[in-house]
Structures are given as C-alpha cells and as structure tokens.
Design a protein around this ligand. Structure first.
Ligand code: G
Ligand code: G
Ligand code: MN
Ligand code: NA
Length: 247
C-alpha cells in the first residue's frame, strides 16, 4: 500500500528515471537509436525496475498516468538528439484502452517538437488480446502521422501471428530468448533465418535484442538482421550518457 500511495507524488517529484538502451545498425555498427526504459528512483528503496513500477502503478490504477508521463519525458529528452536517431517507446494495448492515448502521443509530439517519423512504438503482445481492435485503430492513426510500430518480445509465449497481419507494423523485435543460442544451436539459427525471411516478405525490419557476444552479432549479420541492442555494446544508460554517444 505504501508504494502505491507514493506513485503520484513520485510523478510530481520527478522520481521516474528514464534510461536509454542504445540500438545499433547490424551492418555498419553505427548508433541507430535508443529504447526508453523507465525506473523509479525511490528516495528510500533505491532504483525500482519497470516491472515492479508498472505493477505498483496498476494496483493504484495509475498505469495510464505513468505511461503518459514517461512518453512526455522521453520525447522531451529525445528532441535533443540528432535527427537520424530513432527513439523507441514501450507501449501496451492497455495504454490505448484508456482515454485517447494516440491523441496524447500526438500532443506530446507537437509540444516537444519531436519528429513523429523518428518515433518507434514497441508494442508487446502480452495484453493485446482484449483490446485488439481499439489498439490497432489507434496505431493506424499514429502510423498515418509517420510513427513507426515494432512488435516487441516476439518469440515469447505471447507471440500472436494475428498481430503481424492486423497491426501497421514496421519492425519485428525478436526476444532475447530467440537470440541467445543462434551461434551454437543450428535449430535456433534456422528459426532466426525463418523469422527474417518472413519479415522480409512482410516488409518488416528485424530488431534483435539481448545480443551479448560477437558470435551472435556475426550470425545476425550473416542472416541479415537490421538492428541490434544488448550488453555486447551497451546496457541501458542515462540520457546524458546517451547524448555522449552521439557527440
Ligand atoms: O528495463 P527493465 O528490465 O526494467 O524492463 C522490464 C520490462 O519492462 C521490459 O519488458 C520493458 O519493455 C518494460 N518497460 C520498461 N520501460 C517501460 C515503459 O516505459 N512502459 C512499458 N509499458 N513497459 C516498459
Ligand atoms: O523486454 P525489454 O527488452 O524491453 O527489456 C529490457 C531489459 O533487458 C532491460 O532492463 C535491460 O537491462 C535488459 N537487457 C538489455 N540488454 C540485455 C542483454 O544483452 N542481455 C540480457 N540478459 N538482458 C538485457
Ligand atoms: Mn521493448
Ligand atoms: Na522486449
């Protein structure tokens, strides 16, 4: 009960920290953008991860306020980035089920001056089922503004091929469980190759996450993945550290 009661105050006291995990071009190794990852920098408990943060927000029915807060803060930071870099924001179907989240994103884009074509929304399938149509419609509205949409966590238990067909997607983001063994297990490599072939045929970019060693990156390069992120190059870093990478 304690943490729930703190959350609204935390939003006002600016205790929600936003880190960015850099994303790189597989072919060239160049910085391509960053994924915004939220943390709660709690005065007594220290850094609280996104999963706990959102669980606490959910218990207090404050998820939509939290998501809107993160969108506004992340895009304000991103508006200082070079124009060629993409900013990825994690969103869920639940975000689109409350109020007019597409309108919120459009307003944040207008207020911050962040170019919509440099924004990628990473949508997870976890909660897509119940609010699928509303979510698809909202994403189509944003896609019409030039916002990009990536299907996140692809390859986890929530993978839903319906989303591939019905959402206005630009990219498929392969979960790190699909990336982990590609350099050692031929079966994992076959699955990777098939996912990339499918993505090509659907005109989707392929983003690989959880890349931890050079052998994995070499396989991604040979198979033709587009973008990667992972501890091999960088974990999540502060906005200041991220800007340092662009200098
Ligand atoms: O970075 P971390 O390990 O705490 O992330 C845990 C999970 O929380 C990840 O799946 C990540 O996508 C998710 N997450 C991180 N930041 C956000 C956010 O701002 N919004 C949503 N909906 N999920 C987030
Ligand atoms: O599900 P999502 O990708 O949004 O989760 C992001 C979380 O994954 C971050 O908290 C980050 O610390 C973690 N992460 C980022 N890169 C790697 C990696 O290369 N390996 C592992 N195991 N975790 C990673
Ligand atoms: Mn993500
Ligand atoms: Na993910």
């Amino acid at each position: 009960a304690k943490l729930e009661g703190d959350l609204l105050g935390a939003l006002h006291r600016d205790e929600i920290a936003i880190l960015f995990q850099p994303q790189f071009d597989v072919a060239t190794g160049e910085l391509a953008g960053g994924e915004a990852l939220a943390r709660w920098d709690h005065p007594s408990y220290g850094l609280i991860g996104a999963e706990t943060l959102f669980a606490v927000a959910d218990r207090g029915d404050h998820v939509s306020q939290l998501s809107r807060h993160i969108a506004r803060r992340a895009l304000a930071m991103g508006s200082a980035w070079p124009a060629n870099l993409r900013l990825s924001l994690n969103v869920t179907a639940e975000d689109f089920a409350v109020g007019d989240f597409a309108g919120t994103i459009q307003r944040v884009v207008a207020d911050t001056g962040f170019p919509p074509t440099a924004l990628t929304l990473e949508i997870t399938e976890q909660t897509l089922i119940s609010d699928f149509e509303a979510c698809a419609a909202a994403l189509r509205e944003l896609a019409a503004d030039g916002v990009h949409v990536a299907l996140d966590d692809f390859g986890t238990g929530f993978s839903n091929f319906r989303a591939l067909k019905a959402l206005p997607l630009d990219a498929l983001k392969l979960d790190r469980s699909l990336v982990k063994d590609i350099a050692h297990d031929p079966r994992d490599r076959v699955i990777l190759r098939a996912m990339i072939a499918m993505s090509r045929a659907l005109d989707l970019k392929v983003i690989a996450e959880g890349v931890e060693d050079e052998a994995q990156l070499a396989v991604l390069r040979e198979e033709g993945a587009d973008i990667f992120q992972g501890f091999l190059r960088s974990g999540p870093i502060t906005p200041g550290e991220f800007l340092g990478l662009t200098a």
